[in-house]
Design a binder for this molecule. Sequence first.
Ligand SMILES: [Fe+2]
Length: 552
Amino acid sequence: MKFTRRRFVQTVGTSLVVTPLSLQASGSHQRVKNNPFQHGVASGDPLEDRVILWTRITVNNPQHRVVQVKWRIALDPEFETVVNEGITHTATEIDFTVKVDPDDLQSGTTYYYQFHALGYESPVGRTKTLPKNHIDHLRIAFTSCSNYPFGYFNVYKMIAQRQDLDVVLHLGDYIYEYANGTYGDGSALNRIPEPNKEITTLDDYRMRYSQYRQDLDLQEAHRQHPFITIWDDHEVANDAWNGGAENHNPELGEGNWLDRRAAAVKAYYEWMPIRRVDSDNPLKAYRKFRFGNLLDLMMLDTRLYGRDQQVANALDPKLNDPDRKLLGDEQSEWLLENLQDSQEDSIKWRMLGQQVMFGQLVVSGQIFNVDQWDGYPASRQKVLNHLKDNNIDNTIILTGDIHSSWAMDITENPYDGSQYDGLTGQGSVAVEFVTPAVTSPALTNEVEADQTAFYLKATNPHMKFVDLFHRGYVLLDITHERTQAEWYHAESIVEPGNTNQVYAAGFKINDATNRLTIADKVSNEKNTAPAFAPSFSGNEHHEKKHYKLDRD
Ligand SMILES: [Fe+2]
């Protein structure tokens, strides 16, 4: 074993996970309890000159209805070069969550940030602004589907430990709405969801986020990397669409859909490091991020904004109704325009960060899942026509939702040999990469999962990689020559602190080819990566280190 600096940081980081317990044992229980930064820090939605910084204040004194919070952001982890600082307030109305959006930052730059409230300093976070103009290389991790009772968030810790990431994408199902035992039983792992009931009200959703964000592995991923997130269905309720959800049942006392959705969305904005794109309409969360001349990332909402209701099954005659929408007209127009603008601006790659599988999945001659783009064929065709009609190259779809790993070519009809050649990929117009879950399961029997994957690849010629068993994440390594996706699978999600991971597969799309080929080698880490945010106990009272807000 090589003892590198990286390994040292990892080891120290792991040992600190137990600090709260050791502090309690040494009689510092009061300090642990009073520390207001129980949910760590986070950052997100980076732009060239700004990035959202987030924390939350845990208030033990019910008299406190408003809390003053100081913040600062610096070029170095020791805060010797502070570039901006300020004072903000938080209150009961926003569940004591804190968001600041400091501007005037430099593009493509790593920053360190920290908050201060009620006599305590927060952990130090690390973040990075988007690059501008020409850049050579990006490294991005993406994942989805983190169900608390199903297992430990080891996958988040693995992502936290990758020092050279530019950003992390979370494609939804960041929380799950169920009571314990409905989908995942956390009894054995002591990961019982709070409140232990199906969440439907604002207080419920807030409490669920609060529980998830006390998970130290999730906190560490947020502390080390900026996130770009978008919701899927479980941030509100299973199989959500614009007007309801499979798991929304007013007759069971779950209230009105619009009230429940509004509560869930409010809690999402409070608890996630996301920037509102429309001050009048919180439901509008689709948005775009430009990474220099290398990548345009369009984050889509295929759930709440414009989705018409799912059809009952694949035989439903309404399936092919051209008026049924997945994105809704406004979002669809926005996407098509942005794809075209991106190509015209000579941005090398276009990525769609979204929820449900875009490519066709046919089992025994029938569409398998009408909750995916397969259930909205007219909406998918519109995107495909646009790519073809405008000769838009280098489009990559990033997908979550189904707790399994897939790589596939995207084409209008992969089952028609005159249109698409499964051996060469001739006829493909884009590619799709699907991430496994942080913890949510797909098939739980490994032999059965392998056999099913083999069958699916044999009968769906556009599918190049299918794994239906493992949890993990996808690493994207992006250059002007190619984008490579690598699937990393977790050894265990039931053993706490196990961050062993297996390189499961790698596929790349070479510039202007629009089809997948197998990656010949694992991508290299960046030669230089900014220092991690320093480790912290999260529970110490730094009386002497309080920073002044006066500029020198
Ligand atoms: Fe999920």
